[in-house]
Design a protein around this ligand. Structure first.
Ligand SMILES: C[S@@+](CC[C@H](N)C(=O)[O-])C[C@H]1O[C@@H](n2cnc3c(N)ncnc32)[C@H](O)[C@@H]1O
Length: 218
């Protein structure tokens, strides 16, 4: 793993095995805000008083740390629960080496392979460490208001974009829930639709194509 600085001047890593970065090179922290927190309406949902987020492919945790920050700015009393899924303890260790401009991220520094849970005020973050295919089975039906779906690309990791995994996402999402991802790849969208999700374009951020947002057909 090699550290890189993305275009918004925030840090990420290049994974040398898949030869992909953990975040968009157009801006790691910008991506967390614009491709995940904003399209999932975290600010608005926080006003209801509680919010539960699934941070799929947790990595350094930027996406959920940003969402917590946005939610607390919107409603400091909001009860927030984040469940993250990640298989690689090495990337969790790298949390110590980055300092994104996200105030809540200071508490993420408590996380590592031996300490997978943090509590801070009304916020709980739990990381399920292991392969996504096993860990999703531990999630309850209709738990989540928002799902951040952030694996490596469909090109290098097609097994992370299957109908089977999106069926699990459908199962754990509330009827009012939303899933956001950074890509508009056809294969990803077709498998979402095959799982019963209805998708639309997400925001265009940087120079890349739109992301995708998906909801349940209810
Ligand atoms: C694009 S990165 C995620 C970046 C992350 N959201 C962040 O903000 O740092 C994809 C992540 O998927 C994880 N991953 C790859 N295969 C996995 C699997 N089978 N189960 C769980 N996580 C996996 C990788 O270790 C990597 O951290």
């Amino acid at each position: 793993m090699k550290k890189i600085i993305t275009a918004d001047n925030t840090e990420s890593f290049l994974n040398l095995e898949v030869n992909e970065t953990y975040h968009s090179q157009t801006g790691a922290v910008e991506e967390a805000l614009k491709k995940y927190a904003e399209p999932c309406q975290i600010k608005e949902r926080a006003k209801t008083g509680s919010i539960k987020i699934l941070d799929m492919f947790f990595g350094l945790g930027y996406n959920s740390a940003m969402a917590i920050q946005v939610a607390l700015e919107s409603n400091p009393n909001c009860q927030i629960e984040v469940i993250g899924i990640e298989k690689d303890p090495e990337i969790l260790a790298k949390i110590q080496e980055v300092n994104p401009p996200i105030a809540f991220f200071q508490y993420y520094k408590q996380l590592n392979k031996n300490h997978l849970e943090l509590r801070q005020g009304k916020v709980i973050v739990k990381v399920l460490l292991g392969d996504v295919k096993d860990k999703v089975k531990e999630l309850k039906n209709q738990e989540f208001d928002a799902i951040f779906y952030d694996p490596f690309s469909p090109k290098t990791s097609p097994e992370m974009w299957t109908r089977e995994l999106f069926i699990e996402m459908y199962r754990v999402m509330k009827d009012s829930g939303v899933l956001a991802t950074y890509t508009c790849a056809r294969m990803a969208r077709e498998n979402m639709a095959a799982a019963g999700l209805v998708y639309d374009d997400g925001p265009i951020v940087g120079r890349r194509g739109p992301g995708t947002i998906a909801r349940k057909w209810v």
